[in-house]
Design a protein around this ligand. Structure first.
Ligand code: ZN
Ligand code: ZN
Length: 264
């Protein structure tokens, strides 16, 4: 009774908070300022090369270009290009960094940019994945995989390496093939590498027939309003000896323990 629901934007405005998008923008610009201040040649020449040779509207440089436009709205700077901004930052990097901090904390900088002004609404994601067939760009591996399947009918070959619902490398039990495939494809490079080293165990026809068998299950999930990888039951680790594993990126951590690289 008497409570008023506030949207994220209203909360940010009312309590003068910094929105996550602005934090990312400010952090990216601060990094640029540090690169310029320390005169990191290799990165500066890479930026120069990308600006002069790539027309693609993705990647870190494209995100920085959007961030600079956003910073221009603060009224203190005007950048004709990213290379021009580097020249201006060189003049006084400290002043540039102070301005980013002050502007990011202002209410105006945290106003949600309407979709009608795409030139100011930079993508938070700047990593990019290219389709090798039609060279379309996607922000996540998952979106690229979906595109490959829907448009080009290409399925991930990892489906030929798995015939269980538990990961044979880390012994995690996923209950469904879809969840295990996601674990191997997107979550654990250690498991993926070791499964690939084991070689394919299914033929295309066998993998297709498993897909057909699972159609009814997937349809039922869809009807219930869930995605295919819906986690009805929690994952648990099966007992048993873990086979010797090859670690693609050796580090001080256990390759299957907390702190391993989940993303690549
Ligand atoms: Zn494509
Ligand atoms: Zn695993």
């Amino acid at each position: 009774m008497g409570f008023k629901l506030l949207s994220d934007e209203e909360l940010i405005q009312q309590f003068e908070l910094i929105s996550p998008n602005v934090m990312l923008r400010a952090a990216r610009l601060q990094l640029l300022a540090r690169i310029v201040a320390k005169n990191v040649h290799i990165i500066l020449s890479a930026i120069n090369f990308i600006v002069c040779n790539c027309s693609s509207s993705c990647g870190w440089v494209a995100a920085i270009e959007c961030d600079l436009k956003w910073l221009e709205l603060g009224g203190k700077y005007h950048f004709s290009s990213i290379l021009n901004s580097i020249e201006q930052i060189k003049g006084d990097p400290k002043k540039f960094q102070t301005h980013i901090r002050a502007y990011a904390a202002s209410r105006f900088a945290n106003l949600d940019v309407p979709k009608a002004l795409p030139q100011y609404s930079s993508s938070v994601n700047f990593s990019s994945f290219h389709c090798t067939v039609c060279s379309k760009v996607f922000h996540t591996k998952q979106k690229l995989a979906l595109h490959n399947f829907k448009v080009h009918n290409i399925k991930d070959p990892i489906r030929l390496y798995i015939n269980t619902v538990h990961c044979p490398i880390c012994m995690l039990y996923f209950h469904t093939r879809e969840r295990l495939l996601n674990h191997v494809k997107f979550r654990s490079s250690v498991c993926k590498t070791n499964i690939l080293l084991g070689g394919a165990i299914l033929s295309e026809a066998q993998a297709d027939s498993i897909d057909v068998q699972l159609q009814a299950e997937n349809r039922a999930l869809q009807v219930a309003g869930h995605r295919r990888h819906f986690a009805k039951d929690p994952v648990f680790r099966l007992p048993g000896p873990i086979a010797n594993i090859v670690c693609p990126k050796p580090s001080a951590h256990h390759p299957l323990g907390i702190g391993r690289n989940y993303h690549y």
